[in-house]
Design a protein around this ligand. Structure first.
Ligand SMILES: Cc1cc2nc3c(=O)[nH]c(=O)nc-3n(C[C@H](O)[C@H](O)[C@H](O)COP(=O)(O)OP(=O)(O)OC[C@H]3O[C@@H](n4cnc5c(N)ncnc54)[C@H](O)[C@@H]3O)c2cc1C
Length: 278
């Protein structure tokens, strides 16, 4: 299928994007890497009258350290973050997650902010943002607001972004001393969307486990340090809380099983990483 007719503007600055979003609202869509949007348009699931292309907007093409975070601008591709020297030390969870996102051709085009704005419940970058309690910077003509990942993701492909707002930047917290990170996912073939993906952060304060692919958005459980049967019980309760549904890819029962198994595995790996064990 082919998309309906639309106008196209290549954007030079965040200000220009915000000006046009204020003018056109819902009838305008940001085009970033196009890796999700073009399918949506081809299938005519959306028919915007105007596409605002930020993929070559130089002022938005940055990946930089900002205080205790890695800040990624709206035009920065997934590959530009993945291959950043030092990423493994800066945000180890992202380094572990990137190879699971499709194949390198998609990551060469797709942007980090585009994946966050799209908010697919199986996607790896929203999951990492939720696990790390990162932030999304939303910009409109009226100004900026900064939302925590937990406030931003609201449901299946649904976020707190208003029609006149650009996702200008996403901020991933940098690794903290004495904290371990781990990521695992199960998919039918390498590069497919996850059936279940799990990210764990373990620090002296306790455990954070984020799960994607089960609920309508990435969901995060927070526990004190738990072991053995106490951990199994917590994982089991969380697996049921996620209210998995049967679908053509996996049954709800299988997804709950994966949450328990992968969840335990990433927590063990992240715990081992806190003490430098492999
Ligand atoms: C074959 C294939 C396999 C894939 N597999 C995976 C996978 O395994 N895991 C995974 O996570 N993803 C996967 N993807 C999706 C990929 O990661 C996309 O790149 C990503 O979801 C969207 O990023 P994009 O830059 O391409 O955004 P686009 O497709 O350009 O935009 C997506 C949506 O976000 C909006 N948007 C984009 N940027 C902004 C912004 N700055 N502000 C406001 N709104 C914005 C758009 O208007 C659109 O609604 C796959 C894609 C393909 C084609």
């Amino acid at each position: 299928m082919k998309p309906g007719a639309f106008d196209y503007i290549r954007i030079d600055s965040a200000e220009e994007a915000c000006e046009l979003l204020a003018q056109y609202g819902d009838d305008a869509r940001i085009l970033a890497g196009g890796q999700s949007l073009m399918t949506v348009l081809n299938m005519r699931l959306a028919q915007p009258g105007l596409l605002l292309d930020v993929s070559r907007t130089a002022p938005l093409d940055y990946v930089r350290l900002q205080d205790d975070k890695l800040a990624v601008g709206a035009a920065a591709t997934q590959a530009s973050v993945e291959w950043r020297a030092g990423l493994a030390g800066e945000v180890p969870l992202l380094k572990l997650a990137f190879p699971h996102i499709s194949h390198f051709q998609v990551r060469n085009r797709g942007t980090v902010c585009g994946s966050i704005a799209h908010a697919d419940p199986s996607a790896e970058l929203p999951l990492c943002l939720a696990a790390l309690e990162g932030e999304v910077v939303l910009r409109s003509k009226k100004g900026r607001r900064v939302l925590k990942a937990g406030q931003f993701f609201q449901g299946m492909l649904l976020t707190a972004r208003r029609p006149d707002e650009l996702v200008e930047e996403v901020r991933y917290p940098l690794a903290a001393t004495g904290t371990g990170y781990a990521f695992e996912e199960f998919s039918t073939r390498h590069g497919d969307f996850a059936i279940v993906a799990c990210a764990a952060v373990v620090s002296r304060d306790g455990i954070r486990l984020a799960v994607g692919g089960v609920a309508d958005r990435p969901r995060v459980a927070r526990w004190p340090h738990l072991e053995d049967s106490a951990l199994d019980a917590a994982l089991n309760d969380f697996a049921w809380d996620l209210e998995a549904q049967d679908d053509p890819h996996a049954s709800a029962k299988y997804r709950r099983h994966l949450v328990r198994r992968l969840g335990r595995r990433v927590i063990q790996q992240a715990s081992a990483a806190t003490s430098g064990e492999k």
